[in-house]
Write a protein that binds this ligand. Structure first.
Ligand code: BGC
Length: 374
């Protein structure tokens, strides 16, 4: 292969559309960011991220999600709890070691920032949370893990977008200023899973305002943005982004079939009845994933945006064989399309790592990091 353009070659086969190929390969994006380059250090990026990095570094094509964030894992249930520890998990230095040693390229860190922000202007964030996040970011970067920090579980904003708008933007202004000169391997993600009242046109407006706020102090940092409807890929068509901002990565979450991935989930009404749902990897089940990811890939090429599958996982109440099969298939299909990904999540209810036994669950780690991966 003369030109390492594997994602787009795949798309070429899928769509047989020369115009689409030209749009993707034509170098309409600015030159790849230095974070696309494999980072030197104690460990190197995973092969898939490295391959994608080389491709993007050719500067004749768009950045890929894989080149930017590679393979990742969510540090869920820690800083997204009302207070760290309340959901059973406190982040430890050793977690970053095991994640890096397993070969991951990145971590996504869900954070309940609003729980640490004053209710009244200027909505000051507590120094405690800022120092804790400083520590998390430093731990990740020290191990050459790229790190995504987001705004998570801001339910008051979702319930009352107009009433919380000013506070939300003030929170982003403070986060952005705090990390304005941070390493470029730190990524911001505007809001986890907007939904309900905060969707459609209203979400597009709020997202735009948040991006503008971030850009005042971070003109070139990569920012992760996603569609409404809980970051569902079906809502991508409704997402509008500032055309001239080429440092945006588009995220989506994937938990289909929901009755399989969320069986027995205590926070999901009716999920007890789904217990025992298996995922066998039948041709129809495979096509369901492929169809969804094809739709995302088509959107990404048409809009010239890198993609980050920021959450996917199956809850621990499903049988392990099905979980491992489904996880492996999602990873395979994401990587075939050049998407970065982050498994939901590290060491809680979906956990790939057992924090009591202090070891990876081999079936899940094997699904995420197959020995025969490219
Ligand atoms: C939520 C988690 C939940 C997960 C799967 C995440 O976005 O923040 O609380 O466990 O999705 O449902």
């Amino acid at each position: 292969m003369g030109k390492p353009c594997w994602m787009l070659l795949w798309l070429g086969v899928a769509f047989l559309a020369a115009g689409v190929l030209l749009a993707g390969c034509g170098g309409r994006l600015p030159a790849a960011s230095p974070v696309d380059e494999p980072v030197s250090g104690a460990r190197t990026s995973s092969p898939v991220a490295a391959a994608a990095s080389q491709a993007t570094a050719a500067a004749t094509q768009s950045a890929t999600g894989a080149g930017l964030l590679g393979r990742g894992i969510n540090l869920g249930n820690a800083l997204e709890a009302p207070r760290e520890g309340e959901w059973g998990l406190v982040l430890e230095e050793g977690f970053f070691d095991v994640i890096a040693e397993a070969g991951f390229d990145s971590v996504r860190v869900p954070i309940r920032w609003h729980a640490y922000a004053d209710a009244a202007p200027p909505y000051a964030l507590s120094e405690d949370i800022l120092q804790r996040v400083d520590w998390v970011v430093a731990q990740a970067l020290a191990r050459d893990l790229r790190v995504v920090i987001n705004v998570h579980h801001y339910q008051a904003l979702i319930d009352d977008p107009a009433g919380q708008r000013e506070r939300f933007l003030a929170i982003w202004q403070q986060i952005a200023e705090r990390y304005a000169s941070a390493d470029e391997r730190l990524f911001f993600e505007v809001l986890n899973e907007p939904n309900g009242a905060l969707d459609g046109a209203l979400w597009n407006r709020m997202l735009r305002e948040a991006i503008d706020t971030i850009r005042e102090s971070n003109p070139t940092r990569w920012v992760v943005v996603g569609p409404g409807s809980w970051n569902n890929y079906r809502a991508l068509e409704a997402l509008t982004l500032p055309e001239d901002d080429r440092r945006l990565i588009v995220t989506f979450h994937y938990y289909d079939p929901f009755h399989f991935t969320h069986q027995g989930a205590e926070w999901t009404d009716g999920s007890e009845a789904w217990m025992g749902t298996r995922w066998e990897g039948t041709a129809r089940q495979m096509r369901e994933i492929q169809g969804a990811f094809d739709q995302v890939a088509r959107w990404a090429v048409a809009h010239d945006r890198p993609v980050y599958l920021g959450e996917f996982g199956a809850y621990s109440k499903a049988d392990m064989a099905s979980r491992a099969r489904w996880t492996a298939q999602v990873v395979r299909e994401a990587e075939a399309r050049g998407f970065a990904w982050a498994y939901w999540e590290f060491a809680a209810g979906f956990g790939a790592y057992d924090p009591v036994a202090r070891r990876w669950r081999p079936e899940l780690l094997g699904a995420l990091m197959p020995a025969d991966a490219p």
